[in-house]
Design a protein. Structure first.
Length: 450
């Protein structure tokens, strides 16, 4: 490859020169969602980050095999099915389809494979059997646990001692475990839960084992890049390493890439706070290209504070930029391509790459007369067509007092847990051209994107 790439490797906590296992080819596995509810903007950021990484690697000539999984068997899915008097399969299939649609609406390319846990039970059982045979796991009353004390490198990704893990993490306490940090590879069947036959009795997989089994199936025992949100470093990715490397005696993944998390109006996005912003709701207000550009103007490893005000600022800047590009008569983009690719080759620094883009556009060096370099950048960032969507919003007459009245009535409905009434009032606001955004007990309103 012409471009020498350096990546911040979470495993080593440092920037490293990227060397693929096989010349010209890259295997990348990214942890996908647990499909028990609608996808939110945290999912959007991670998806956009790795979407652009894959686009860039392919653009500079690599053959990339891109895998992203679905967790469609999990305690959260089972709980949701129970609450809604549904089945786990119905819940998982509903939100899996919704996630796929959300990704399309965000302009993300589809992974080469999107495996589900339920489709890989045989592979999971086979891997667990190998771990037991190697002496790293034990069966207890139908459950199977990985014995972390047997794996000497446990903690090398999160860089924690076992004492720190115990004090900083919510651990499932179980008398069947030899150590509180031992984690489930297989869970004994409970009444009315999905289950499969196994050598240890009927049951279902634990959370962590799925990614080891599916990444091995599609990429082999060792592959180039493993990605996901930084909230997955421990315990999920730490456990993946242990259960995979105890079998292969190789590095599970050579490079670990973790994207930063997002805040909403300077607060951590959390269901307990009630400030979750779903992707589909965000897309009703903002164009996908604006959302992508907002996230990509931050380095993928940094936290991002998402707010209405900041999106408005980005939109204003883009309107000015679009006019600059349209008015420019430049025939050449000078060294624009070299400059932004250099940024991307330095730990996929989209923030610096967009800085180059803004600089060249503002200086009149990017124009529609020589659109090749411009379009190449836009294609890698997944923002093709952004100049068409940046236009002045149509004026909408809003009766502010009526909107505030709807919000007040809806807040009463929310306090009374009358969700159908709350949804009805939200729809009423939508018909008036307004989107309601909940932040805990407070609700803000914005004019819908035209």
């Amino acid at each position: 490859m012409d471009n020498e790439i350096h990546i911040y490797n979470s495993l080593k906590n440092q920037i490293e020169l990227f060397k693929p296992i096989k010349e010209g080819e890259i295997g990348i596995y990214v942890c996908g969602p647990t499909v028990y509810s609608s996808s939110h903007m945290g999912h959007a950021r991670s998806a956009i980050v790795f979407d652009v990484i894959v686009r860039f690697l392919r653009q500079i000539g690599y053959k990339v095999n891109y895998i992203r999984n679905f967790t469609d068997i999990d305690d959260k899915i089972i709980d949701q099915a129970s609450k809604l008097n549904s089945t786990s399969a119905e819940i998982a299939n509903k939100y899996k389809a919704e996630y796929i649609q959300d990704m399309q609406n965000l302009g993300c390319i589809s992974p080469d494979h999107q495996p589900c846990v339920s489709e890989n039970i045989n592979e999971i059982i086979e891997l667990i059997s190998k771990i037991i045979d190697k002496g790293y796991a034990y069966s207890a009353n139908g459950d199977v646990y990985f014995e972390i004390e047997k794996f000497s490198d446990y903690g090398k990704l999160s860089n924690q001692s076992t004492e720190a893990m115990l004090s900083n993490t919510r651990i499932e306490l179980n008398p069947n475990k030899k150590n509180d940090l031992d984690f489930a590879l297989w869970k004994n069947a409970k009444p009315d839960e999905p289950s499969w036959e196994s050598p240890w009795g009927k049951g279902r997989p634990g959370w962590h084992i799925e990614c080891s089994a599916m990444s091995c199936k599609y990429l082999g025992e060792q592959f180039d890049i493993h990605g996901g949100g930084r909230d997955l470093i421990f315990p999920h990715h730490e456990n993946e390493i242990a259960q995979s490397e105890c079998i292969s005696n190789k590095n599970f993944a050579n490079y670990w890439i973790h994207n930063g998390l997002i805040n909403i109006n300077k607060e951590k996005m959390s269901k307990s706070i009630g400030n979750i912003v779903n992707i589909k709701d965000a897309l009703e207000r903002w164009n996908k290209n604006l959302i992508r550009i907002f996230f990509l103007t931050h380095h993928y490893r940094t936290p991002v504070d998402l707010s209405e005000e900041k999106l408005i600022e980005v939109e204003k800047s883009l309107k000015k930029l679009s006019k600059k590009i349209a008015q420019s008569k430049a025939d050449k983009s000078n060294d624009f391509e070299k400059a932004w690719k250099k940024c991307m080759s330095d730990d996929f620094n989209t923030a610096k790459a967009f800085g180059i883009f803004f600089k060249y556009a503002n200086e009149g060096k990017l124009s529609l007369n020589n659109s090749k370099n411009l379009e190449e950048f836009e294609n890698v960032m997944g923002i093709s067509g952004w100049r068409d969507m940046i236009s002045e919003n149509k004026t909408i007459e809003i009766n502010q007092s009526e909107i505030e009245s709807i919000i007040a009535e809806r807040n009463i409905a929310r306090e009374n847990k009358d969700w159908s009434k709350a949804d009805e009032l939200r729809s009423k606001a939508e018909e008036m051209g307004v989107t309601l955004v909940d932040h805990g007990k407070n609700t803000e309103w914005t004019i819908k994107n035209q």
